[in-house]
Write a protein of this length. Structure first.
Length: 196
């Protein structure tokens, strides 16, 4: 493919009204540590502890198939992380995952706009035929959020991976295919401007 370098999944800054997704860096560690609260105690999703934040940033930056972002509010405060992961550069195809947001910005426009920006970049710039989302089958809050985006359940991978606490995770796999992107985009745009 002659245009592969232009379409490669590389660190990029994506900016909207409510959020900027910036390449993750150690400069975000203090803000992120302050946002975690008790989220790192959830048993069904791996979220770094405040003291583990620098190591988690290094881990994400050193994985070859991951392009991590810091989720920033308009004032530049890092309030969470999200990533393109399990990247297939040749197709190209990405999974959007390893996302967490501080409690104060959950259930508002931050996650909706972050996903809107990432999906637009994946479909409109990278030319992905599909974008995937995965979560623990028991993470009902995450599953509802993924479904609100317009993603469709592809299936459940049973006993798919071992969690840090030793339990086996059933993984719910969702995706949005390129032909579905125009309707999904319109839906997300409406979610961002609808009266509340």
């Amino acid at each position: 493919m002659t245009d592969a370098p232009e379409r490669a999944v590389v660190p990029v800054t994506l900016t909207g009204t409510h959020v900027t997704l910036a390449p993750l860096a150690q400069v975000h560690a203090a803000d992120l540590a302050a946002q975690v609260g008790d989220l790192h105690r959830l048993w069904y999703t791996p979220i770094p502890s405040p003291e583990g934040m620098p190591a988690e940033i290094d881990r994400r930056l050193n994985l070859a198939d991951m392009v991590p972002f810091a989720v920033l509010t308009p004032d530049g405060t890092a309030v969470g992380m999200t990533t393109y992961m399990n990247i297939d550069q040749t197709l190209p195809r990405v999974e959007i995952g390893s996302t967490w947001l501080g409690a104060r910005v959950q259930r508002g426009p931050v996650n909706t706009e972050a996903k809107r920006l990432m999906l637009a970049h994946a479909f409109d710039t990278l030319g992905c035929p599909a974008v995937e989302f995965r979560t623990h089958a028991m993470n009902h809050q995450s599953r509802r959020a993924i479904e609100r985006l317009g993603a469709k359940l592809d299936g459940i991978l049973r006993s798919h991976m071992r969690m840090p606490n030793g339990t086996l995770r059933d993984t719910a796999v969702y995706s949005i295919a390129a032909p579905e992107w125009p309707a999904t985009r319109a839906h997300l745009d409406w979610q961002l401007v609808r009266p509340r």
